[in-house]
Write a protein that binds this ligand. Sequence first.
Ligand code: FAD
Ligand code: SF4
Length: 501
Amino acid sequence: MTVGVWILGDQLWHNQAALNRTDDESALPVILIESWQQVQQRPYHQQKLVLIWSAMRHFAEELRGAGCQVTYTTSADFETPLKAWIQAHAITELRVMAPNDRPFLRLIQNLQLPCKISLIPNNQFLWKETEFRDWASSRKRLLMEEFYRASRQRFQVLMDGNKPVGGQWNFDKENRQPPKGKLNTPKALWFEPDAITQEVIEQVKSLSFPTYGNLEPFRWAVTREQALQVLNNFIEQRLPTFGPYQDAMVTGEETMWHSLISPYLNIGLLHPLEVIQAAEAAYLEKKLNLNSVEGFIRQIIGWREYIRGVYFYVDADYFQKNWFNHTQPLPEFFWDASKTDMNCLHQVLTQVEGSGYAHHIQRLMILSNFGLIAGISPQELENWFHSAFVDAYDWVMQTNVLGMGLFADGGVLASKPYAASANYINKMSDYCGGCKFDRTVRSGENACPFNFFYWDFLARHREKLQSIGRMSFILANLDKMSPEELATIRQKAADWHLRSQ
Ligand code: FAD
Ligand code: SF4
């Protein structure tokens, strides 16, 4: 029997389960495939293509250095090179670590290959699919906070026996500060492209199908060694003050104190456990503030694992969910930031074009908030997010965009819609100061679109929103508005859509 291993572009880890199953990894024939069809599904950010292909090529080099028989190929599809490789090496069993998304799993299951395919359970997350299912199946509601506590207990992270270190599970009251005065933000760690990356950049320049965003400057890490440097830099420079301004947004400050590690975690260059352990060790050794360390660890051991667990737990038709029946087309400015004069959207979209990155609150409270209150089709917005971000994959996109951002699942994930007017954006950012719209106006001349869409959204979905307990206070405010003003607001919202068509 000859075993061969197919390594997917988001499985670039030497201890990944398919490689790890043999005592003599170096004897294995291994294949990595760049597929043209795969990347034509949507207009991906050019930097995402460079990131994945360059990281795959670097990983192939590392495997060669370790003595593996590596085949690296570029092809339209996957099946053709797989068949040729299977025949050339007389492979009788093809091992693949189970992919993290359903569409790719289907693709593998539909391959017509002349050998057995073995799917090995994925080990790039802390919770296996079956373990999350066991946790979830006995619960009425899949509350992230409960999952987070279970996760801390299970992996004994920031625990003092059975109790959370510091006597509380969550220190968010000390976080979420608005940005005031001059913030001394740390410099992000970026990298100059090496020869391999430069070659990929040239290749992406010559692509003949539609893509998105700016190709250069390309500054992402493409090897595990560089990804570890980003992690260390974060632990040293950013983690000590990660918490307080976690939700703040400032013009020209694209990364604030955020870690910038999602692109690397999501392709296997970093493992969640080592990230958590590094943060906990820094807390213990350097006596860092618990609000920052706990706030960061919750993102990884809580949110990230939960988002992926829910993705595999919900029905396969989750991607079609549209609880509010929103059908407005995605405005063109999502593809071209110069086409909007709403400063918050202009700033964040320009940033995404430039790097394929925005931090959590920019994604949630600017981009998807606008999609939610303006009634944009969830599937169109999800497709845009999936195209535009360097860290986007099906497993993380669907539950974050459809569930958390757009409440399209009717509340499987979030306990209420994350809908907000200009009040929130003005409190948590400096965007409104440089905007032609008036953040204080909701129905008059120069009204901020976030304001009239917010009230229009509440009025449009009053009946549905009434069933959500946490919305009653907000709906009471809607009831205080005069019918005349509400009618003007709703007209403004309708006119905006007409104008943008
Ligand atoms: P930090 O703020 O430093 O957080 C640390 C890490 O926590 C992140 O690297 C990430 O791995 C993890 N994390 C935190 N929240 C989440 C979450 N909700 N889901 C998954 N992981 C989380 N994350 C992606 O990895 N890819 C995406 O395509 C993506 N799209 C998103 C779309 C929307 C609408 C929303 C609301 C969130 C999305 N997220 C996504 C989650 C989160 O915004 C990003 O993981 C984070 O902004 C990445 O930047 P960072 O590494 O600097 O994060
Ligand atoms: Fe955005 Fe409105 Fe503020 Fe302008 S005024 S930046 S559109 S929230």
